[in-house]
Ligand binder design. Structure first.
Ligand code: 2RA
Length: 328
């Protein structure tokens, strides 16, 4: 199977290559794709060297699957061109996520909705993926009325420039700024850009994408997205109000049984999810599960995941794995 990785030299693209190799994805030919300035560069994959090619060249090679992580503009222009030659595109940008004709997929939740006619499939935003992984099994059992989520997001979600800014500030050196303020010893309540409603795009992605993935517009979601000087993954403090009564033990068992979730919840011995633990892993880690003492049908929890893996590369590759193992 020919697989193109569009954005192969970027942070998520590099993780896609690592995850493809780790999971022994059945590819016969890798087509690494990047912008003109990277064309001709060599990358190594599974002990073999591959030359980076242009988008034009990649389309002509007609890959069966194209994993995109190259920004919305590239996806809007090029995903249809790949689809026209029969490629199934799994796109990590926000370009197609809210398009009513495109599916927004977290395999453990809604991969069953996919058909062979889906030639452009949207990978949700990283902070959404880890949130809905915990919400879905609980929504099915107790019907979620409202979610209030505060995120504590890794600077890797912004990209290399942000990582360089933190390293430079930590070493007290000058650096190009990825953020309007220093990120070292700071917390920025500002992920992506502000909208007219005074929320950021990141916050509204959590609201809109969660509703689409759960296929339930009645779920109310209010988000605050914060950037913190961490690299291993995104953390989220989540308050969930249910329509139905629940017992905490039921909640923990349901989460423990849900594929892709690892429960890390024993505060008496300091066991709870942390980005330094989640980094490099593909699961979503859930802990600090406790009744909300201020509301009879609400609870709090803490959710952590590697935003470059389950939040991006691994989720996209799991979609591809589902497609190749799906019997039509
Ligand atoms: C961020 N979720 O963390 C966004 C994009 N990766 O910046």
């Amino acid at each position: 199977m020919k697989v193109a990785v569009v954005g192969a030299t970027g942070m998520v693209g590099q993780v896609m290559l690592n995850v493809l190799a780790e999971r022994n994805f059945p590819l016969t030919e890798l087509i690494p794709v990047a912008s003109e300035k990277s064309v001709g560069k060599e990358i190594e994959f599974n002990g073999k060297k591959y030359k980076v090619v242009s988008l034009e060249t990649a389309v002509k090679r007609k890959p069966e699957i194209a994993l995109f992580s190259a920004g919305g503009e590239t996806s809007l222009e090029w995903a249809p061109k790949f689809a026209e030659v029969g490629t199934t595109v799994i796109d990590n940008s926000s370009a197609w996520r809210m398009d009513k004709t495109k599916k927004l997929i977290v395999p453990e939740i809604n991969a069953a909705s996919l058909t062979k006619d889906d030639k452009i499939i949207a990978n949700p935003n990283c902070s959404t993926i880890q949130l809905v992984m915990a919400l879905k099994p609980l929504h099915d059992k107790f019907k979620i009325k409202r979610v209030i989520v505060s995120t504590y997001q890794s600077i890797t979600g912004t990209g290399v420039k942000a990582v360089r800014q933190l390293e430079s500030e930590y070493n007290n050196e000058q650096a190009e700024m990825a953020y309007p303020y220093p990120i070292h010893k700071n917390a920025l309540p500002h992920c992506d850009v502000f909208l007219e409603n005074d929320y950021t795009k990141e916050e509204m992605k959590l609201t809109h994408e969660t509703k689409k993935i759960l296929n339930d517009d009645s779920v109310l979601v209010s988000a605050t997205a914060v950037r913190i000087p961490v690299v291993g993954g995104h953390s989220e403090s989540v308050n969930i109000e249910f329509e139905k009564d629940f017992e905490i033990n039921e909640i923990k068992q349901i989460l423990k049984d849900f594929s892709g979730i690892t429960l890390q919840d024993n505060p008496t011995v300091n066991v709870y999810p942390m980005p330094i633990y989640a980094e490099g892993k593909n699961d979503v880690f859930v802990g600090r599960i406790r009744k909300d003492h201020s509301h009879p049908r609400a609870l709090n929890m803490w959710i952590v995941a590697d935003n470059l893996r389950k939040g991006a590369a691994t989720n996209a590759i799991q979609i591809a794995e589902y497609l190749i193992h799906k019997k039509d």
